[in-house]
Design a protein around this ligand. Structure first.
Ligand code: PMP
Length: 760
């Protein structure tokens, strides 16, 4: 027969004239029952054999707690039916359900209180005391339970990752899942395990004044590493707080007073909390996909996302060091920076310079953040090599899978090479339809110059003042930045250097500056005693101080070079792959199509790949010479990485992101220049920006102030660099996932730095 809820309560539990209120539940229907002054919770679940076994185990757990606990009313008590059953199999309103009755626990939800020091401490103590009781509880079902709300089985959640609509958020989740696999998985067998509640969130904890007095909903209980109990509780206790680390420490300390945490457990907490957040956002995304109206499943989502972002801004080492210190556990001993540096110099030449007078000892990185060995999280506003973000999971996963499958060279056929070549060349205008893969920007420059020589029969080339194109001999030959350096080799006779078409500090300014500079360069090309057969430039000259070539400059220069049978090279090592925002390649800004394009840095997101992209014609000339072979260039791992980078740029809309965030960045910097006239010029495109630091009212450089700003930012854990002929231009070209909040942080610190400098 099919019962109504009233009849069911009367027939099975002898409860008559009840006041019945429906309660929201995650996956089941619950009722709050009031009868003769007593309150109960009646829970129903759609009938299912597996569910029946799980609820059976949960009831055993609750009965165990009733027997063991000093204060049994901290936990729901199973109430048996008239027939003496804790679980009943009935048809309720036409649906076969499992029903169970539990005592009602009074108190407020802790989520309805503002967390205070005492309540946080009480939470830690409460959890530890419960875990001490649960230590002796055993159930075969929990031991064998592998399900997706248990952190130790995080991998099970992967099937829901693609239900997260935002691609960058998806990447953050993939990053943390991957970190779990790398940093946690191997330690799981060493961790002490027991049955845990596994869901001590703010809507399951009951509070009276500042005391945690009870906990409900043991539906997620499972046998898992004990530390996961704390990880789950900390996740929910911290995820909506301004200062999560404060609460993390407070709760952990009081837990630790009852159950001593082990160093390994403490070290893993960061990852376990991240894992729990991933579980939460994945399950929410999945629940929303299945049922867009299910608001219960998604209540905690915003908090979880905000905490995941905070976690990236924090990093694992800070958390583990802080906890170890607060709990009185031993801290890993770290060497001094000076020792590290001395050790390095023992084996490596000091010509490898290190940034900053106190160099940074890096340990790891994620997206736009880097983390040093002391636990500092550092905002990376400088490095453009990790183009789509440091350790981007798509790149890392594709790379490691390919490394495990095949890595070989171009003497064999494999699909990755062709697939990547095709995907990359699709990003270029038609005539550029051949690619040579190498391992660095320098190797690409070197090869491009060889291609030019073979095609034109000459090496005479025009280069820009302050340009840099690579570290090989040919690379140095074409790099004024190096050959004109006080300790440089000097200019080779085959090199023709022309002025940097700089509209800020150069000879010409205003709208027709590009044309004027070009006119000069063209005259030089025409009047050179030896025919100039090539021209090489970056579209925005990085080492020159992020100087964009004056508008309209390249067209006439390219035309003049081509008029004498020459070739034009665009060095896109810095500016390529969508960084400049409006265009995918920097040369597009000038409305030209080069004959050769040099690629490097961002291409492999840190994996060493470079390439020369050229035309059929130029490639055909090169084929007349000796064979070209690169042991590593175009290997399958590199190709897969290159493809992964292109995929992320596309999927995460990074070119558009670079434009919008870059525009905002420049706008904020220009705003700042109004109060600080020492900011003489803000220039660049997208996320490739230069901030020219000058003596106010002049274009005279202020190297000391630029250096002060760079170092001030460094001591506030922000990376930025200086460059330009007098090292007075601040260079910022962050990973492309850099966001507006990051921009605000940088701009605010530049402001502070200048104020500090002026006050001196
Ligand atoms: N071209 C440009 C414009 C560069 O900035 C660099 C590196 N800074 C290179 C070429 C050389 O690239 P790599 O260091 O990968 O050899």
């Amino acid at each position: 027969m099919s019962y109504s809820i009233e009849k069911l309560l009367a027939d099975h539990f002898d409860l008559h004239d009840c006041e019945i209120k429906g309660l929201v539940g995650y996956a089941n229907s619950n009722y709050l029952i009031k009868s003769r002054g007593e309150r109960f919770v009646f829970k129903t679940y759609r009938y299912d054999e597996e569910e029946l076994a799980i609820i059976g185990a949960e009831n055993e757990l609750l009965l165990f707690l009733q027997r063991k606990a000093d204060k049994p009313d901290q936990f729901p008590m199973p109430v048996s039916s008239k027939q003496g059953e804790y679980l009943i199999d009935v048809t309720l309103d036409g649906v076969r359900v499992i029903g169970r009755m539990l005592s009602f626990l009074s108190g407020d939800f802790s989520g309805d209180h503002t967390m205070r020091q005492e309540s946080a401490e009480s939470l830690g103590t409460f959890l530890a005391e419960m875990d001490l009781l649960l230590k002796d509880f055993d159930h075969p079902l929990y031991k064998g339970r592998a399900w997706e709300w248990d952190i130790q089985h995080l991998g099970l959640i992967k099937k829901y990752v693609n239900d997260i609509p935002d691609q960058h958020q998806r990447s953050i989740v993939r990053y943390f899942i991957h970190q779990f696999e790398v940093e946690v998985a191997e330690h799981l067998p060493q961790l002490r395990k027991q049955v845990i509640h596994n869901d001590a969130n703010e809507m399951n904890l009951l509070q009276h004044e500042q005391d945690i007095t009870g906990i409900i909903d043991f539906g997620d209980a499972t046998c898992s590493p004990l530390i996961n109990e704390l990880a789950v509780a900390l996740t929910y206790a911290c995820y909506d707080k301004e200062d999560p680390l404060h609460w993390l420490v407070t709760i952990s300390k009081s837990y630790h007073r009852k159950i001593q945490l082990k160093p390994l457990e403490v070290d893993l907490l960061y990852y376990l909390i991240a894992a729990r957040l991933c579980l939460s956002v994945c399950n929410s995304a999945h629940a929303r996909k299945v049922d867009p109206d299910n608001t219960y499943a998604t209540v905690s989502e915003d908090n979880a996302w905000s905490m995941l972002h905070k976690w990236l801004e924090t990093g694992p080492t800070k958390v583990s060091r802080l906890l170890r210190e607060s709990l009185g556990l031993q801290l890993p001993v770290l060497s001094e920076i000076s020792e590290k540096l001395a050790h390095r110099n023992q084996h490596l030449s000091e010509t490898l310079s290190v940034s900053y007078s106190t160099p940074i000892w890096m340990e790891r990185a994620a997206f736009q953040y880097m983390y040093d060995s002391y636990g500092n999280a550092i905002l990376d506003a400088y490095n453009n090599i990790p183009h789509v973000g440091h350790c981007h999971p798509h790149v890392v996963e594709r790379a490691s899978a390919q490394m495990a499958r095949l890595n070989t060279n171009t003497r064999y056929l494999y699909d990755q090479l062709t697939a990547y070549a095709e995907q990359l060349l699709a990003k270029f205008p038609k005539p550029l339809n051949k690619v040579f893969f190498v391992n660095s920007g320098s190797a690409a420059t070197d090869l491009a110059l060889r291609l030019v020589r073979k095609h034109t029969g000459s090496d005479s080339i025009m280069v820009l003042e302050h340009g840099y194109h690579g570290n090989t001999q040919l690379g140095i030959d074409v790099s004024d930045y190096k050959f004109s350096h006080a300790r440089g080799q000097g200019q080779q006779p085959y090199i023709h250097k022309t002025a940097l078409p700089d509209t800020y500090r150069g000879k010409y300014g205003g709208e027709d500056a590009g044309m004027k500079y070009a006119t000069d360069a063209v005259a030089e090309i025409r009047s050179a005693t030896e025919k100039i057969v090539a021209f090489i430039a970056e579209p925005i000259v990085g080492c020159g101080g992020q100087v964009p070539l004056a508008e309209g400059y390249l067209k006439p220069v390219y035309a003049a070079i081509r008029a004498q049978g020459g070739l034009c090279i665009s060095d896109e090592v810095q500016t390529g792959f969508g960084r400049v925002g409006d265009q995918f390649w920097g040369f597009e800004q000038q409305g030209v199509v080069p004959d050769l394009v040099i690629l490097g840095k961002p291409m492999g997101n840190g994996h060493p790949i470079g390439a020369v992209v050229t035309t059929d014609e130029v490639a055909a000339s090169f084929e007349q010479g000796v064979e070209f072979f690169s042991s590593f260039g175009g290997n399958p791992v590199s190709c897969v990485i290159g493809q992964a980078v292109l995929d992320v740029i596309e999927n995460e809309g990074l070119q558009h992101h670079a434009r919008t965030v870059g525009d905002y960045y420049q706008q904020q910097l220009r705003e700042l220049s109004k109060t600080h006239p020492c900011i003489g010029d803000v220039r660049g495109s997208g996320l490739f920006i230069g901030i020219d630091i000058v003596k106010p009212g002049t274009t005279g450089t202020d190297r000391a102030l630029a250096s002060h700003i760079k170092n001030f930012l460094r001591s506030n854990h922000i990376l930025i660099s200086t460059d330009g002929p007098d090292d007075s231009v601040l260079k910022t070209k962050p990973p492309m996932c850099f966001n507006r909040a990051n921009v605000d942080q940088v701009v605010d610190h530049i402001d502070q730095a200048i104020k500090v400098f002026s006050a001196k």
